[in-house]
Design a protein around this ligand. Structure first.
Ligand SMILES: [Zn+2]
Length: 441
């Protein structure tokens, strides 16, 4: 047995496509409609996160949950866990506040096995000591193919085919080798448990075919047996192509309806449903939201979470998911980075437009009287800060405005007025999301 914390839904109250209430996992209790920010670095994410909780507790009530990536633990959660029980010279705990947060805030640690398929963090995965050796070796083998393409020894398409063969050989083979599979799953869940994760996340691959969905099912099944307790999630990571096929979406829905676990986590990589032409994909996402609602209405104990939600954060949480995770930059697509005219200043999440405004627009705002936001952070910014300050402050701003926004969703449900979420979407730059909410549009 790895971990066994009872998991329960408390005080559920519905308004059509969403519900209020609380998740209790062990001794921790968190309201639905909560953002679990992805903490990727100590200085830019972790410290600002704690600063907000400390200085603006009543504005952060719907952000008291945390997500980490397994290969970044050495730079995020690990150093904190090592320091929170240290005492000062006068015998007091040096990190009293942080200790309290860790002991009351649900933690998720994402194995991020999709980076055996996606290139963004493959190199880190190939050397990261917390990653099981079998997975590191797979990442190394695929990197060797990439190098051959770079050197011109293989064409791009030859390289792609070889990468795909290597990737599928590993994951399909793992599903057949019970001993190796159980070994990999146990190592990864053990690490999550030792890092105080409250919800176990099985090491599932990025799925683009029915065969890989079967592998995911197998891994989730083994994980439930290894973890034993109620607090191990069923986890599915999809490539965005999945939403281009109704047959595949139906396969996913059948699976979501059949699983026993109470906590179900979905991640759709690089999701960009805001693109105007993605009419079909938006319809498929709505179909998933409808299925999530059906599952929850049939069994009140089921809880759903969407990771790397990006711009889909708001419709996801108002349309069926209980929890969402995004980075504190509001963007979750792999790649990107600063545009040449940003001068190293990141964009600003507009609570009205629900998208990230580029730095050139923010500068115009500063020239015209300041940031158009009334949050605790923005009220304190009267002139253009330094790059480093700005890149911390914009994250703190994002956390506070999203927390407030999700608190408002709770109020909509209380007043039986969830259609106000549609109004908010209509007034934003994401108005094409307004038809995605089930039952009300
Ligand atoms: Zn603000």
């Amino acid at each position: 047995m790895i971990s066994n914390k009872p998991l329960n839904v408390e005080e559920p109250k519905w308004d059509r496509c969403t519900r209020n209430g609380f998740l209790r996992v062990g001794n921790k209790r968190v309201p639905f409609h909560t953002l679990a920010p992805l903490i990727t670095s100590y200085d830019y994410d972790f410290i600002p996160y704690f600063d907000n909780l400390k200085q603006h507790p009543s504005e952060s009530t719907h952000a008291r949950m945390m997500t980490f990536r397994m290969f970044e633990l050495h730079n995020t959660l690990k150093p904190l866990l090592q320091s929170i029980y240290q005492t000062t010279l006068d015998g007091k705990l040096a990190y009293d506040f942080e200790k309290d947060v860790i002991e009351t805030t649900p933690i998720l640690i994402d194995p991020c096995m999709e980076y055996t398929w996606y290139s963004q963090y493959r190199k880190i995965l190939s050397t990261n000591k917390d990653t099981p050796i079998e997975v590191r070796k797979l990442a190394k083998r695929i990197l060797a193919i990439v190098t051959k393409v770079e050197k011109g020894e293989l064409t791009k398409s030859e390289g792609y085919v070889k990468e795909k063969i290597e990737y599928e050989k590993f994951w399909l083979g793992l599903a057949k080798d019970k001993r190796k599979l159980s070994d990999v799953v146990t190592k990864i869940l053990d690490l999550q448990n030792s890092m105080r994760a409250d919800i176990g996340l099985p090491p599932v691959p990025a799925v683009y075919s029915p065969e890989l969905l079967e592998v995911t099912k197998q891994i989730n099944k083994i994980a439930q047996a290894v973890w034993v307790g109620e607090n191990c999630a069923t986890y599915v990571v999809l490539t965005p192509q999945w939403l281009k096929s109704e047959a595949l979406v139906d396969l996913l829905i059948d699976y979501l309806k059949s699983v026993d676990s109470k906590f179900i986590v979905l991640k759709i990589k690089n999701l960009e449903l805001d693109k105007v032409t993605y009419v079909y994909q938006r319809r498929m996402f709505k179909k998933i939201l409808e299925a999530v609602n059906v599952v929850k209405q049939n069994d009140e104990e089921k809880v759903f979470m969407l990771l790397e939600a990006g711009y889909q954060m708001y419709p996801a949480i108002t349309g069926g998911f209980d929890f969402v995770s995004t980075s504190l930059r509001a963007l979750d697509k792999d790649g990107g980075g600063f545009s040449p005219d940003s001068e190293g200043y990141g964009g600003f999440f507009s609570p009205k437009h629900l998208v990230v405004l580029p730095w050139r627009d923010v500068k115009i705002m500063f020239a015209n009287g300041g940031l158009k936001c009334s949050c605790e952070i923005c009220r304190g910014i009267t002139s253009i800060p330094s790059k480093d300050e700005w890149n911390v402050l914009r994250r703190m701003h994002y956390m506070l405005v999203v927390s407030r926004m999700l608190e408002d969703v709770n109020k909509f449900v209380l007043d039986q007025k969830i259609e106000l979420a549609i109004e908010k979407l209509s007034l934003s730059e994401l108005s094409n999301f307004k038809r995605m909410l089930p039952y009300i549009s």
